[in-house]
Design a protein around this ligand. Structure first.
Ligand SMILES: [Zn+2]
Length: 241
């Protein structure tokens, strides 16, 4: 199985390794999350320059041998996302997006849509760092749930199917619930329900906004869905600057 793998990738995070190397956690369209070592990358004269850094979108050639780690043999920048690095809020939003992708998906669990969603989020934050709002971060997470197959049921009570008397949200039930089925639910106001539906249905660039109270409820719905169905606990989306 030794050979070269040519792939696009987004760098999720990097870890110093040995004297001059770095291990990269990458997300790729066809292979999903994978780890690769970049040898000598921390030397000043590295042929990789400064491009093997978090949030870079790259064209990579990886050598796949017997080791668990692939090795980077060539790297070209597709998009450096340089502008978002100068804005605390956008940087934080990018870090949370990469962290969520890295923790929600294991190695060898590829979702091409997740790659495009992440690349799109980074491009949006880079083009306009003021987009790094709480609503944007929640819309991203909701779309990530959809890509992973864990999107909450929002059209009718997840327990009994009643579409008219939805009053709460239950991560255990898998979505919104009616008054008769609300046992493990928390209250979900109509505004929060509408936010969830619109954030899921619209392109990321056209994500809706809502009041802080509605966003807090939407965030709780997303976190509970992640915990119940993906067994992942993410940090909140509290937004810096
Ligand atoms: Zn019900």
């Amino acid at each position: 199985m030794a050979g070269s793998l040519k792939t696009e990738a987004v760098v999720l995070r990097t870890i110093r390794y040995g004297e001059a190397d770095r291990v990269l956690h990458l997300y790729t369209p066809q292979r999903g999350r994978l780890a690769a070592i970049a040898k000598g990358v921390r030397r000043t004269k590295s042929r990789f320059g400064g491009r093997l850094e978090p949030f870079f979108r790259l064209d990579l050639v990886l050598y796949e041998g017997r080791s668990e780690l692939l090795a980077v043999t060539a790297a070209e920048t597709v998009h450096p996302h340089a502008r978002l690095r100068g804005h605390a809020g956008a940087l934080d939003g990018a870090a949370r997006a990469c962290d969520a992708v890295g923790r929600l998906f294991a190695d060898g669990d590829p979702h091409e849509g997740v790659f495009h969603l992440l690349a799109n989020q980074l491009a949006l934050l880079d083009a306009d760092p003021s987009r790094a709002t709480r609503a944007n971060a929640l819309a991203f997470r909701l779309k990530l749930l959809l890509a992973a197959g864990f999107a909450p049921q929002l059209a009718a009570c997840a327990a009994c199917g009643d579409a008219d008397h939805v009053v709460g949200f239950s991560g255990a039930a898998g979505g919104v619930v009616c008054a008769a089925c609300e046992a493990s639910a928390f209250p979900l106001a109509e505004e929060a329900h509408v936010f969830l539906v619109e954030a899921l249905g619209r392109p990321l660039a056209a994500a809706p906004d809502a009041s802080p109270r509605a966003l807090a409820q939407a965030e709780r719905a997303i976190l509970e869905t992640l915990e119940h169905h993906a067994h992942v606990r993410l940090r909140g989306v509290g937004v810096v600057g």
